[in-house]
Design a binder for this molecule. Sequence first.
Ligand code: GRF
Length: 201
Amino acid sequence: PRVAILISGRGSNMGALLEAAERPAYPATIALVLSNKAEAAGLQRAAAAGIPTAVVSSKGRTRPEFEAEVNAALAQHRIEIVALAGFMRVLTEEFVGHWQGRMLNIHPSLLPSFPGLDTHARALEAGVRLHGCTVHLVTPGVDEGPIVAQAAVPVLEGDTEASLGDRVLAQEHRLYPAALAWLAAGKIRLERGRAVVAANL
Ligand code: GRF
C-alpha cells in the first residue's frame, strides 16, 4: 500500500520510516510526506530522498478547510495508509473516521499514561521507573486509539527531559517501522476495540 507520512517538524520518525521502506521486502511504499508547516525540517530530508512532498498550511483556515485540502493531496497521491509522525494538529472526527483503521500515530509515552504534551517531563515528575513509546491506531480521542505496539525504556537516576527523551526516541525509530509494516501487511485486526497483531510474523 501507498503511505503518506504527516509531519510538523524535525521528522526523525519520518526518517526512520523512509529508511525502513527502502528495503525491498518492506510491505509499504512511502508515496508522500505532507507537512502543515513549510519550515518543517523533515520536508528537506524527504525531498532529498526523492519522496514527493506537500505543504498544507493550517494557518488562518478552519479545521474542515484544512482537512479537505489534506485529503485532496492524499487522494491525488492515491494514499491508502496515513502515518502521523510528530504531526501537531488535532484532527476532526470526520477526518479520523475517513481513515479509520488506516491511520497510525506514534506517541512518546507508554499509553494510557501521559497522553498529550511534555510526556518526558511528566514521566520524570511522576517518578515512573519505566517510560517509553506507543504506536496506536488513531481514533477521535487524542492518544486514545487501540494500541498496536509499545517499547519501554528505564528511567535512570539523573535523567533529564532530554536524556530520557533521547532514550525513548531511539525506541520510536525501531518501533514505528515495525508497526507500520504490520498494518501495511494486513496483520492488524480489531477485536472488541483492541488491536490484535497476527502471530505469524
Ligand atoms: C516524537 O517524539 C513523536 O513520538 C511525537 O512527536 C515527536 C516527533 O519527533 N509524536 P520527530 O519529528 O519524528 O523527530
